[in-house]
Design a protein around this ligand. Structure first.
Ligand code: HEC
Length: 294
């Protein structure tokens, strides 16, 4: 081969190898951020999930083949749902229908790396919670038996107090004591009843730490950052952004963190961490999770 051609050929070879070795170079990588974390789904009922895709964590990503994939844990076919652009550039919605109850794994395929960004597993119920999802629970108005006992005890206590004031006899003091005890027991069990009732009705909605940990995945923090509590998710793809700190055992103050998550660029102009549009509740749950010493 003529020496004049060697350099260009070598360069072309290097470029080809680089492209083959790193398909991610073609379109790069992206972060998917769910608008909100669905608490649960109901079998055979449509659930709309919406999310934002940011190429390289920054640029709204426009693509005609964005999909959501879901598979029931413990076996079964993988379902694919098309996501459609919905509203602003980079924002998509998909309507998911799960054919059976159980715990479902799911994730978003943006067309960029990671091939599928995992989302927190979703609980799919066999039917809507006790069939009264839209009927408010009987509140306040209805008086139950323990409350009635408590009220009756209170009335008798008042009588006992009056009697005691007028007669100053021991029996009045005893009556007052007994009535107060009955009233206390009545109200205490009424409180127990009213706490227990809605609990039985409600779903295991994640709160506090647990919610924060799930949002760490659902908002896409897990794409750029490492956190020990999310290592099972991280294991599913091979990416971490250079310069994004490991967040296990995060030591920053809750106040600073809340401001940082709200708008990183306001604190550090030019940072690669995007503003993800978190609600106050989401921000609070993430702060609770990250400052929990885990
Ligand atoms: C696109 C990548 C990316 C995403 C997504 C991302 N971050 Fe970051 N994050 C970074 C980078 C890069 C830094 C380092 C900031 C810098 O020095 O510019 C950082 C810094 C941080 C810090 C350290 C702040 C400090 O100085 O103490 C915390 C905490 C943090 N991110 C939490 C989160 C959380 C929570 C989420 C999800 C809601 C998230 N990040 C999403 C890239 C990302």
């Amino acid at each position: 081969m003529n020496i004049r051609y060697r350099l260009p050929v070598a360069l072309a070879l290097v470029a080809a190898v680089a492209l083959l070795a790193a398909p991610a170079l073609a379109g790069g990588w992206a972060v998917v951020t769910l608008d909100s974390l669905p608490a649960y789904a109901v079998a055979n009922q449509p659930l709309t999930v919406s999310f934002m895709i940011r190429q390289h964590g920054q640029t709204p990503w426009q693509f005609d083949r964005v999909q959501v994939e879901a598979a029931r844990q413990g076996g079964g076919a993988t379902l694919s749902f098309d996501a459609r652009q919905d509203g602003a550039k980079g924002h998509y919605s998909a309507v998911l229908t799960f054919p059976s109850d159980g715990t479902w794994s799911w994730g978003v395929e943006s067309g960029l790396y990671p091939d599928r960004q995992p989302m927190p597993p979703l609980t799919v119920l066999a039917s809507a919670p006790d069939g009264t999802a839209n009927t408010p629970a009987p509140a306040g108005g209805a008086i139950n038996l323990p409350t009635a006992v408590g009220l009756a005890g209170l009335v008798v206590s008042a009588g006992g107090l009056l009697a005691l004031a007028h007669t100053r006899r021991p029996w009045a003091a005893v009556l007052l004591l007994i009535a107060l005890t009955v009233s206390g027991v009545g109200f205490a069990s009424a409180a127990g009843v009213s706490v227990a009732e809605p609990k039985a009705r409600m779903l295991p909605a994640p709160t506090g730490l647990m919610l924060g940990q799930q949002l760490f995945v659902a908002k896409g923090c897990v794409v750029c950052h490492i956190h020990d509590a999310a290592k099972d998710v991280k294991r599913q793809f091979d990416f971490t952004l250079d310069g994004a700190p490991v967040l296990t055992n995060y030591k920053g103050s809750p106040d600073f963190l809340a401001k940082w998550l709200d708008n990183p660029a306001a604190i550090k102009p030019g940072t690669e961490m995007p503003t993800l549009g978190l609600s106050d509740e989401e921000n609070g749950a993430l702060v609770a999770f990250l400052t929990s010493g885990r």
